[in-house]
Design a protein around this ligand. Structure first.
Ligand code: SAM
Length: 267
């Protein structure tokens, strides 16, 4: 996969040289380049922002440096046969679609992702309209809060997507059981020693009974998700749950009705 990040603070993306993503780049699994938006300006002051039309606080990022930068990274991307898919342009924005594990999986299938890091009050809206001719444009939010710039969001999204690329995470099994991979949060995990500061690892994990361990982990996923993220259970497919799992949900105050979990009103 090819990833291009455009930012006025390229140094902000330095952590992408570290850890698994850094290693993936070294190993040739991920081709990632960071570009300075200012190098696509033409004036002496390398200006990237101006005052907003209509008045109001803050500055807005000028369209032309963005068009120059995006055209350059699209041209340098993987070759495409006429009429085949466009690269994906991700525009971090608190007004975007909420980023998720499902979207990370979708993006991991692409051959080129371009990230446009906004600053100030954001990028002139016409850039997104223009870019739609050359890219599949996806404004993307990390969550319902406002950051100073898109760089932190890009670090998070590149890491979430990058670790799904073949060969990046040593044991691909570890991707399967993680939080959000099956619409639930992950079960709690423990390591040695089995007894630590008067706290014991749950006995079932020491039993060697793989069936019982798998069931305990599933039930812990249900318990944790019900406690911390009950919203995830609204879309959980409970149609094929074995009896023991229905009982586990029953103890948490949920019934299975037409394949969906329904919280009892008095639970
Ligand atoms: N005026 C914008 C608004 O209210 O939607 C916020 C601009 S914010 C100060 C500057 C930049 O930070 C945005 O252009 C975007 O790139 C990034 N940003 C801020 N919050 C974000 C979030 N929750 N998710 C993704 N990017 C975000």
């Amino acid at each position: 996969m090819r990833i291009d990040v455009v930012s006025i603070f390229p140094e902000y993306l330095a952590p992408l040289e570290l850890s698994l993503i850094g290693k993936a780049r070294q190993d040739g699994l991920l081709d990632l380049a960071v570009h300075d938006l200012r190098s696509f300006t033409t004036d002496r002051h390398r200006t990237v922002d101006d005052t907003p039309y209509g008045g109001g606080a803050g500055m807005v990022m000028k369209p032309e440096p963005w068009a120059q930068a995006l055209a350059a990274v699209a041209a340098a991307g993987p070759e495409r046969a006429e009429g085949t898919g466009k690269p994906v342009l991700i525009v971090p924005s608190p007004a975007g679609e909420r980023f998720s594990q499902a979207i990370a999986h979708e993006l991991a299938e692409e051959d080129q992702l371009v990230f446009a890091c906004g600053r100030y009050e954001g990028i002139d809206e016409r850039v997104l309209e223009w870019a739609a001719e050359h890219f599949t444009v996806r404004p993307m939010s990390l969550g319902d809060y406002v950051l100073n710039g898109g760089e932190v969001a890009v670090l998070a999204m590149v890491e979430a997507v990058g670790r799904l690329l073949p060969g990046v995470v040593g044991n691909p099994e570890s991707l399967v059981e993680e939080s959000h991979s099956d619409g639930l949060l992950e079960y709690p995990v423990y390591t040695k020693p089995s007894s630590w500061r008067d706290r014991e690892v749950p006995a079932v994990l020491l039993s060697g009974n793989h069936g019982k361990i798998a069931q305990w982990r599933r039930h812990e996923q249900y318990r944790r998700t019900a406690e911390r993220r009950p919203d995830l259970l609204e879309t959980f497919d409970a149609g094929h749950l074995p009896r023991a799992d229905r009982t586990a949900f029953g103890e948490l105050g949920y019934d299975v009705v037409d394949g969906r979990l329904q919280r009892r009103p008095n639970a």
